[in-house]
Design a protein around this ligand. Structure first.
Ligand code: BGP
Length: 484
């Protein structure tokens, strides 16, 4: 069996506005939720502060200054041969408060320039409309996505974007990792459901974060409705536009063959992945959701017409992030003794990254097959990669063999999945240029093929340079995934 990528395969890379742009208060931009999240590390969680506080470091404020350096960065992407650049629009550049009557022209012109620049190099932008940020004003006024008013604000913002960039952008994603809202972390990160006091964003102790599950799942419902409305509007404005969902890939394995672990794993896959996928691809809540919501004491305040909106606004393709897999155990001893990784318990067969994320390329093939078997629509891997510390040698070179090994294994896994029959459209590895980590808010956790001279403490020249992986990915793209 010949194993190869389709000729039109979309190779590229991915970033998000709040993690790379900086210029947080430039050209009329409003304050977003991400602008209020401090820098952290693996051992010290980021803090969300409801006002900017003296002496605190807010990494989104400068980030890697992509706002002013996008031309240089896109030229480097073009040098690697990118066909697609996944990026996000900061909502607060277009509508600084979220509910403004008129859009901010400077913000609109900025992204037009970015898209024109991509066009110059033959790179298709793939635009995430909401990537872990929203206007903070909507948070204080309406409790973020817990309110249906936010749906209307988002729809207006997206409609403006679709009209302005008609002909310049062919691919959109509505909400980044929408299923993060199934976790307490997501209420704050993606839902704009934010407590009045400062709060630590502690991924390892999510259970300790302030949480209102009812508000959180209603926020998720509101995002589903907003997404479905936006899909229909995008198609009405330009029928050639394709809109995808974006779901955090949480591939889970039973820790043991104990049927209790197998059942718990099935439930974890349903709650973590399929709840969102089913609504966005099939246009209705899955059968298991009724019992799932009841168990959590959640009641969704659906309005008349929502069911029809969801049905009519199904996505054109399914995109997801994939970094690692997790194991599910029901055995209290295993849960206690096994380090808690990104999700689930430690898999004894797998190595993990410096940040504790298990490395599992086979899991990507498994997950692609699971998704395609369930949905039969085109899939796209829009985030993947290894967050690792890099060392700059005396001559300026960066030998990131560990990153190349990770990428190679995952590209091979995609190739296998395509040979299995999966319809895979493209691949945009995360943080193709070093940027701020979402979970820890630091620079040290680097994913890039392009190194950015910036340190955790905010110092650095911001100068860009090519890592060894830059040349590796360039050859991979040039050979359409054959030379690895
Ligand atoms: C995903 C987010 C990205 C990105 C990535 C890597 O969950 O969509 O924004 O940051 O994870 O995570 P981190 O930056 O925490 O290493």
């Amino acid at each position: 069996m010949e194993k190869s990528f389709p000729t039109e395969f979309l190779w590229g890379g991915a970033t998000a506005a709040n993690q790379c742009e900086g210029a947080w208060d430039v050209d009329g931009k409003g304050v977003s939720t991400a602008d209020l999240m401090t820098a952290g590390t693996l051992s010290k969680p980021r803090t969300f502060t409801s006002t900017i506080q003296d002496g605190m470091q807010y990494p989104s404020h400068e980030a890697i200054d992509h706002y002013h350096r996008y031309e240089e960065d896109i030229a480097l992407f073009a040098e690697m041969g990118f066909k697609v650049y996944r990026m996000s629009i900061a909502w607060t550049r277009i509508f600084p408060n979220g509910d403004d009557l008129e859009p901010n022209r400077a913000g609109i012109e900025h992204y037009r320039n970015v898209f024109e620049c991509c066009k110059k190099y033959g790179i298709e932008p793939l635009v995430t409309l909401s990537h872990y940020e929203m206007p903070f004003h909507l948070v204080t006024k309406y409790n973020g996505w817990a309110s249906r008013v936010t749906i209307d604000c988002f729809v207006k913002y997206c409609e403006t974007v679709f009209n302005e960039y008609r002909g310049l952008v062919k691919y959109y994603l509505t909400f980044n990792e929408i299923n993060i809202l199934t976790t307490p972390f997501g209420g704050l990160m993606a839902g704009g459901i934010i407590p009045k006091q400062n709060v630590d964003m502690d991924l390892k102790n999510m259970g300790k974060m302030p949480d209102d599950a009812n508000a959180r799942y209603n926020a998720l419902h509101n995002q589903f409705v907003a997404s479905a409305k936006v899909v229909q509007i995008a198609h009405a404005i330009d029928p050639s536009v394709k809109v995808g969902c974006m779901i955090a890939g949480m591939a889970s394995y039973p820790y043991s063959p104990n049927p209790k672990d197998v059942l718990a794993t099935q439930q974890a896959m349903q709650a973590g992945n399929y709840l969102c996928g089913d609504v966005m691809v099939r246009g209705e809540y899955p059968a298991f959701s009724k019992r799932f919501f009841e168990k959590q004491g959640v009641s969704i305040s659906s309005e008349p017409g929502d069911a029809e909106i969801l049905k009519k606004g199904v996505v054109d393709f399914y995109s997801f992030s994939y970094y690692s897999s997790g194991c599910i155990s029901t055995d209290p001893d295993v849960i206690k003794t096994s380090a808690n990784f990104l999700f689930g318990v430690k898999n004894p067969y797998l190595e993990a990254s410096q940040w504790g994320w298990t490395i599992d390329a086979d899991g990507l093939r498994y997950y692609l097959n699971e998704l395609y078997g369930r949905y039969q629509i085109p899939l796209m891997v829009v985030e993947n990669g290894l967050g690792a510390e890099d060392t700059v040698e005396a001559d300026g070179s960066i030998h990131d063999a560990y990153r190349i090994a990770y990428m190679r294994a995952h590209v091979e896994a995609m190739r296998e999945a395509i040979a299995d029959g999966v319809d895979l459209m493209g691949y945009t590895p995360w943080g193709c240029i070093d940027l701020i980590s979402a979970s820890t808010g630091e620079m040290k956790k680097r994913y890039g093929f392009i190194y950015v001279d910036k340190n955790n403490d905010g110092t650095g020249t911001l100068q860009r340079s090519r890592k060894d992986s830059f040349g590796w990915y360039k050859a991979c793209i040039a050979s359409n995934g054959t030379i690895l």
